[in-house]
Write a protein of this length. Sequence first.
Length: 505
Amino acid sequence: MTPDKISLNTEQGHAKGLYARLKTALQRDIIAARFDSSTGYFAAIFLGICIAFIVTQMGLNAGIIILALVIGVPIIFACMIYFKFGVAATLTTAFFVLGAKRMVADLQLGVLMDVFVAAMFFGLFIKQIDKHDWTFAKNPISKIILVWIAYNMLEVVNPSAESQLAWLYTIRTFAGIMIFYFVLIYTIDTKDYLKFLLKLWLFLALLGMIWGYVQEYIGMMQFEQAWATATKERYALLYQAGKMRKFSFFSDPLVYGFLMSVTSLLCFVLMSGPFKKSIKVVLFITGVLMLNGMLFSGTRAAFILPPAGLIFYSLLTFNKRALAMTGLFIFLGLLILNIPTSNANLVRLQSAFKPTEDASYQVRVKNQAFIKPFIQKHPLGGGLGSVGEWGKKFSPWSPLANFPPDSGFIRIAVEEGWAGLLLYCTFLFMVFYRGIKDYFRITDPELKTYSRSMLTVFYALTLANFPQEAIGQYPINILFFLAIAIITNVRSIGDRESAGSIVPA
């Protein structure tokens, strides 16, 4: 019996359940009975005329809002019922959502991500009312994530917190991403879907890389120039060493740089898999182009990740080919780091490996020394949202509001205390422990490749989160938990497929 037939029989077995009734009602009673009729066609024509009139009277922004509603509402319902579609839609949206605000600055497009995740989790919850099967979440990584979520929820009663509103705004995005992990481990249940998500990741990153090259060699669009020069502070961050840092269609150069860095790593590690030579050639060329595109961002912390990631990969696999490739990469890197150059991109690359000569690094060291006594005296920290933009908005009187963490780990230590940092490091350790343990037990060569690829990406992003807040923005945060979900599920996918039994989502 084919996987499609197994999935069909399983859904028919739950036909009397609440989830199945909701799905049937949407397909039959709403889509088929209402829209596929003469009344539905007339309503669509009338709606189109109304939208055209509103746009002519109220401008482009009104049209974009209406278009978002017309397209967004059906997509939200689809996310709630078809999880595989919902995960792909969320991943795709994460790549464009923050960059799109340059064109329509007043729209809170980030809320769209929260709605997608909430719709999928609501659909998952309804489905589990019928099935009563949460075995997919019974693993050490899921348990420590639940503990981490609970700890962050309890931060609302932190006695040192200056503002509960800051907690509310911070927990909204944070909890949504963590909940998305459970949707991912439920949905990623076959090798084919896992491969689809990796291909989608590579394709979207490739689009981002291409637009970065356009900005570098052709120039920025007018709205991008307007955004880059909107404030003196932003322009000072973007224009450095006589050159404008590139950001593609992402929120800032940091996201673009880290994305190119970890995706190039993904390409190089995937080359070790049992794939055709033509695919490996494409992966190699893409990886090299992304490394070059990474330089356009001027994000120095991103430059360190490829050699560090390849060293991790070599130690994980410990085979001659991996060690030779890593050695060659490091040798070429040392040559580049020591050649005299006037190229602004190469100068910035060389400075990334000389932190003691970097003024910004010295400032970070001083900031960390300054905040250390506060962290030691506050095991629960100063509360979520106490530093950064939310701190300036909701508690500007607090000394923490103007403290620049410049590090994901430092932010956790300041906002959630040394107890929170210890719990977070336990979570990271658990992912590495479970992932490496499963890696050596996987027998399928292709799935083994995906396992080491995600472990390498996870290691690189964990490392990147120390010098910068690397995991805080879209799409990096989505990719971070996608990697964790694949690490969690990859061995069980192999076990099920080798046994000829596939559990449908």
